[in-house]
Design a binder for this molecule. Structure first.
Ligand SMILES: [Fe+2]
Ligand SMILES: [Fe+2]
Length: 215
């Protein structure tokens, strides 16, 4: 058997694009129109490669099953990470005016860091991987890697695709860009602080940090 599941399951519709903008309003912060349009296209493409209609339909997990937010959807996480990355960058830029941050790459990269999740979280994909993990891997591609594929497919620049692939464990095996490092800190910090504040199901927190205690 040869697998060809990493592809569109349905055409990308304007309804999907509108839902992406509605569920992820911070995408509007990207100043460059071409970049902003391609970020919307990336999420729309990723959703149409899956059974999910919109970002708010994806469960609020870091990786499938661990860690899991007690409430909300994936939109709460990706929106939070984008705003958190912006806060980190602002803090340093205001205190150290000599630093140089590519704001559009930062915001677009934060917006796309988990764009591969529709594929990795898709129920059909997960059932197939669970039934036959040795066929094509389980998952065949983690969301970071599939996210990179999505970014490049819709024509986003390498800098944004690099943030998608480098934001998670894969980033431990490469030199990461400045903007990727900010997104990594925002993403990992977001999960750890959410855990400390009691927002994550305790039975799903073991992968986060051994010193983490939930209020
Ligand atoms: Fe991620
Ligand atoms: Fe994330």
């Amino acid at each position: 058997m040869t697998y060809h599941y990493a592809t569109l399951r349905r055409p990308i519709s304007d309804e999907t694009r509108a839902w992406v903008s509605e569920d992820f309003p911070e995408i509007a912060l990207i100043r460059n129109e071409d970049l902003r349009t391609k970020v919307i296209e990336a999420w729309s493409y990723a959703l149409c490669c899956s059974g999910f209609a919109r970002i708010t339909d994806i469960p609020p997990d870091g990786n499938p099953g661990s860690p899991v937010l007690k409430t909300g959807t994936q939109a709460d996480h990706v929106r939070g990470v984008l705003r958190y990355a912006r806060a980190i960058a602002r803090e340093f830029e205001e205190t150290y005016p000599q630093v140089s941050i590519d704001w559009d790459i930062l915001i677009a990269g934060a917006a796309c860091h988990d764009v591969g999740k529709p594929y990795e979280f898709d129920e059909e994909n997960r059932a197939r991987w669970a039934a036959s993990p040795a066929q094509a891997g389980a998952p065949t591609f983690r969301h970071s890697v599939f996210g990179m594929h999505v970014c490049l497919t819709v024509g986003l620049p390498d800098e944004v695709a690099h943030i998608a692939v480098g934001h998670s464990f894969e980033g431990n095996h490469m030199g990461v860009s400045t903007e990727c490092m900010i997104v990594r800190q925002a993403d990992h910090g977001w999960w750890h602080v959410a855990g400390a504040l009691g927002l994550i199901r305790e039975d799903t927190m073991s992968g986060l940090a051994s010193n983490l205690r939930s209020r």
